[in-house]
Design a protein around this ligand. Sequence first.
Ligand SMILES: Cc1cc2nc3c(=O)[nH]c(=O)nc-3n(C[C@H](O)[C@H](O)[C@H](O)COP(=O)(O)O)c2cc1C
Length: 391
Amino acid sequence: MSPVNPDDSDESNKSEAVKSRTATDPNANLSQIQNNVKELPDQLLLMYRAVESTRNGVVITDPNRPDNPIIYCNPAFAEMSGFRIDQIIGRNCRFLQRDDREQPEILEIRKAIAAEKPITTILRNYRKNGQVFWNELTVSPVHDASGKLINFIGIQNDVSARKEAERRVSEFYSVISHELRTPLTSINGALRVIEDGSAGRVNAGVMKMVKIALGNSERLMRLISDILDLKKIESGKFKLSLQKLPPMTVIDTVIETLKPLADEKKINLIKDVKTHQSALFDPDRVVQILNNLTTNAIKYSPDGTDIILRVENPSSDSTRFAVIDNGYGIAREEIEKLFGRFQQLDSSDKRAKGGTGLGLFISKSLVELHGGHIGVESSPGHGSTFWFEIF
Ligand SMILES: Cc1cc2nc3c(=O)[nH]c(=O)nc-3n(C[C@H](O)[C@H](O)[C@H](O)COP(=O)(O)O)c2cc1C
């Protein structure tokens, strides 16, 4: 028997011309097999064994016969469907469907088949015992050498476990938004009323505890809104409302909002506006990004230092915002991790506190939604410049 393992074949003897043809020509494998009729049974056996062994369902249909019946299915497909192979051959694959045929995916498959185009989709199917499962299906046309459609091949993957996990995550998000946010907002409101004196005078010890509770409830609210933002970003549901505005307006808003926090550490927030040219951006989101970068800068800077909020035009069609601090700076290894999800600077570091670990990831996503870039220049002991550019 001649070798069927590609490692054992005479790969090394192939001319460069054959190698490059093999890499680009979809029929190259086939013509190579046809050129070497002696090896044909072994090559076919290899493919047959591979298709029979894969854990994905594989079916081949014949579109030149009425209703495109299945002419081959592998054991994994039989197992997925719950039917025996002899009960499957000759039927159209829609036997896996039930009454919920209004699924838009079925229409998409029908259109792709009519156009002889490949398609990948996920749809609800049913096993023989009626159990529903989510089928990630890829259907591809198979053409002969003259380009005539001869078959379709379908690859099925049962993704029910993944779908269930996604459902649970989405349920978790809705619990977070309703069951947690609503009571937390009222706790926060009550603490504020005590803190600002509207609920009557309290002694210094109680006030100290109220302030701690207030700080923590605000931190939890930030975490919840970060998680909800993250979910929206990941599901592609985050919509920007773009407006043409002078960038200075957002810098003013950020400085006004964060002045009390900066004052606690006697940090000076300095506005450095080098352009008045209007730019197209979502002001709420740019404020959110700048708020995040500036809050970090305040957190990681020593008392009494300056933080500059700069805006400039590096070129006529781009606007660059930068938050420049004279803080502790960030080591190179840390910089690479910074914009990842749930990342914080070394948590054993006394400076790392109060964040959700999501802020920079969300900022990066928001900048990218604007079609821009975000980055940082920093080294330990020399402060950091966090910048983003939108076009
Ligand atoms: C190769 C191939 C594999 C298919 N596999 C499945 C499948 O696993 N599950 C399914 O519901 N439909 C599958 N279909 C789609 C159905 O056979 C059918 O094309 C679809 O229901 C749309 O056509 P209809 O509206 O005539 O039913 C497959 C189609 C082809 C050509």
